[in-house]
Design a protein around this ligand. Sequence first.
Ligand SMILES: [Fe+2]
Ligand SMILES: [Fe+2]
Length: 139
Amino acid sequence: MEFQKLVCDIEKEFFNEIFASIQYKIDSRNFSGDKKMKKELLKHSNEEYKHAMLLCELLHHFPSFINYKRKSLNYQDNDEEIIKRNLNDEIDAINTYTLLLDKFPKESGVYKTIESILKDEIEHKNDFVEFLKSGLHKK
Ligand SMILES: [Fe+2]
Ligand SMILES: [Fe+2]
């Protein structure tokens, strides 16, 4: 059923956002290089938490079909691993939200919420792309 799948996808993203918020906090603590990126990782953590709360607001209006496979947190990664893993996760989030966006009419509240989250995820991805380009992860 299409509706059930949509709600499941949003629920899955809700958990991914919570997970991302916690993981970014761990990563910010573990990141030993560039101070600006250390701060940026913490900022991402706060923004992922806000995304989770936005999705929570949306999910409040739907029945729950929770079906989530828990990921495990990474505590031991070095700076380069932190940046590359987060870059991949941001790309996954962008792909998921882009697909979800397509399912809702442009004038709907759900569309606007997902669109604003997507904008943040693109910025998050760009932070890592720029950082990798700068070569600062190797210092
Ligand atoms: Fe997010
Ligand atoms: Fe993000």
